[in-house]
Design a protein around this ligand. Structure first.
Ligand SMILES: *[C@@H]1O[C@H](CO)[C@@H](O)[C@H](O)[C@H]1NC(C)=O
Ligand SMILES: *[C@@H]1O[C@H](CO)[C@@H](O)[C@H](O)[C@H]1NC(C)=O
Length: 221
């Protein structure tokens, strides 16, 4: 009889242990945006889906504890959620971020990799020719780099062929970030697809615009 009580007590203990195990925290997976660029703001949430509070939240970056810094803040929204905010993503924000949540029964952790898109690659502002171009008019467009590290090398092409500063076409550097294309007198041969390419040591961007002389749309090929 004494044995039976002992066994029942033991089973209760085992039961309790099992109950405690099932109350370990479980965290939802989280991800960083895949279109992150330098200077952007990013945040991820570490949310406990199950388990018994109180929880202790901690954040790690590449395995090292992440502390509240100027550009990184960690906010506990409630007992079940902690938010990591990176106010300005920098090149050294890249890394593997881990949220770890523990309680008396155990812990769980989830990780996500933050990777800033290639930085310093030029970005050109889209440009367009006037839609009101008649024969003999002057057409001009500006190729302006709005992002990236100088120096840039600009090149213009028409229907895939390199354009040079000659024969009624004028290409001028306005400043380190801007190149202007002028077609002094538009004629039927001016129709085409004009592209500007800006390159630097990190990469390049290219934007194009169609020039269509009024009434001559069908000569474009
Ligand atoms: C990120 O860190 C976690 C925890 O240390 C690890 O399990 C995971 O493999 C890492 N992921 C990558 C892509 O390095
Ligand atoms: C113009 O040229 C660019 C670059 O070659 C190309 O990507 C684009 O599709 C062309 N646009 C048209 C309307 O042909």
């Amino acid at each position: 009889m004494k044995n039976i009580f002992a066994i029942t007590a033991l089973l209760l203990l085992v039961d309790n242990k099992a109950f405690a195990d099932s109350a370990e925290p479980q965290i939802k997976t989280f991800h960083f945006s895949n279109v992150l660029q330098l200077g952007m703001r990013e945040s991820v949430q570490c949310t406990v889906m199950s388990g018994d509070p109180p929880f202790e939240f901690s954040w790690l970056k590449d395995g090292r504890p992440l502390v509240d810094l100027r550009d990184v803040s960690i906010r506990k929204s409630d007992d079940f959620m902690s938010t990591l905010v990176i106010t300005k993503v920098k090149a050294d924000s890249n890394g593997n971020y881990t949220c770890r949540v523990s309680n008396s029964a155990g812990y769980d952790e989830k990780s996500a990799v933050l990777s800033v898109q290639e930085s310093g690659v030029p970005k050109i502002n889209p440009f367009h020719f006037s839609g009101e171009l008649d024969l003999g008019m002057r057409a001009s467009v500006q190729c302006a780099v709005i992002y990236g590290d100088p120096p840039f090398e600009f090149s213009w092409s028409k229907n895939g062929h390199k354009l040079v500063d000659a024969r009624g076409v004028s290409i001028r550097a306005i400043d380190d970030f801007t190149s202007t294309l002028v077609i002094v007198k538009v004629d039927a041969d001016s129709n085409g697809n004009y592209s500007c390419k800006a390159a630097n040591s990190k990469g390049f961007d290219e934007k194009s615009a169609l020039l269509l002389v009024k009434g001559k749309q069908h000569t474009y090929c």
